[in-house]
Design a protein around this ligand. Structure first.
Ligand code: AVI
Length: 320
């Protein structure tokens, strides 16, 4: 899942103003330093995320792909032919062929914030599905999305895989589900992937792997700040932390200062003491009933769900 990528390293004066604002605000709030996880996904961050999805410890991609390969035929039976498949945050669209093969879609609408990436993956799918109408939409799916008029007229099947919903706090995920319902309309379906709550012995290694790829992914945020915002952060003074927060049912990723540090970002001065952290990601996990409750709060009625024998990950089909 790629929220933002393909941005070449750019000099500070052309840096994304939203990135600058989030980083400066994030470091300035000394009681609760935090930077939104969407900024992980520059080119290097996206490459590292792709590597994460292939790690032995990172089970979600492997299990979800297996569920899609096995159960998309059931989705196709329930959905019937001719629906427009709308994929939210399509990224590299690697899971999409399973669904497209099974549902006999009227059209495929991948939505992603990265135009370059969207065009590349749409072109690859067009080769594999000749004759399928593909209408990429370059947009931030967190905002209301106007769909092409011809698509508006079709019955729709939303597709939101990868447990991306887990990266949002509850209020934001409910807002997003409601916005999806508004965009897709009454009578539409939504196929969503959600990661289940499970033991820390499985969860923590999934976010703190032996090869250190997730650590590199987390630390790349500091490299990105140095590259794009004229930062002087000594990256070797930070270490990756992955913690299970049971109260919030989520894995949290933080960057912890291992010694006292001082640095500048675009001229602004910051200091951190050894042991202080900046919070970089939440990955919420959902029990069976939590997942259904979240969907209902977002205006969707759960219809069917499929899971693996160990109940690690769930694919849920819901209706509006
Ligand atoms: C994109 N997202 C669903 C991943 C997750 O599992 O929360 C991001 C990730 N962060 C560390 N590893 C994977």
């Amino acid at each position: 899942m790629l929220l933002e990528q393909d941005a070449p390293p750019r000099p500070a004066e052309t840096a994304d103003p939203a990135f600058r604002a989030d980083v400066l605000r994030g470091f300035a709030d000394t009681r609760r330093r935090a930077i939104p996880a969407r900024w992980f996904y520059d080119r290097r961050g996206s490459e590292l995320f792709e590597q994460i999805t292939r790690l032995p410890e990172y089970y979600p991609t492997r299990i979800e792909t297996g569920l899609l390969a096995r159960y998309c035929a059931d989705v196709g039976e329930i959905a019937g032919p001719g629906r427009a498949v709308i994929e939210f945050g399509s990224g590299s669209s690697t899971k999409t062929p399973h669904l497209l093969r099974a549902v006999d879609p009227g059209a495929y609408v991948p939505i992603d914030i990265s135009g370059a990436f969207l065009r590349e993956s749409a072109a690859a799918l067009a080769r594999d599905f000749p004759g399928l109408r593909i209408e990429p939409v370059e947009a931030d799916f967190m905002q209301p999305i106007p769909l092409p008029p011809a698509i508006e007229a079709m019955p729709k099947l939303g597709f939101f895989p990868g447990s991306t919903i887990g990266n949002m706090i509850a209020r934001t995920s409910v807002d997003l589900l409601r916005a999806m319902r508004r965009s897709l309309g009454v009578g539409s379906l939504l196929l969503i992937g959600m990661d289940r709550v499970k033991g820390e012995d499985v969860l923590v290694p999934a976010y703190d792997d032996a090869q250190g790829v997730t650590a590199a992914f987390n630390l790349n945020l500091l490299h990105r700040i140095n590259r794009e915002l004229d930062g002087t952060i000594p990256v070797d003074a930070f270490r990756h932390l992955a913690i299970w927060n049971d109260l919030y049912a989520r894995i949290e990723m933080h960057l912890e200062a291992v010694r006292d540090v001082e640095f500048r970002i675009e001229g602004a001065f910051f200091s951190m003491r050894a042991g202080e952290t900046v919070h970089t990601e939440n990955s919420h996990k959902y029990g069976e009933r939590d997942a259904r409750l979240l969907l209902r709060a977002g205006g969707w009625t759960p219809l069917r769900e499929w899971t693996d024998p160990d109940n690690m990950f769930a694919l849920i089909l819901a209706g509006a």
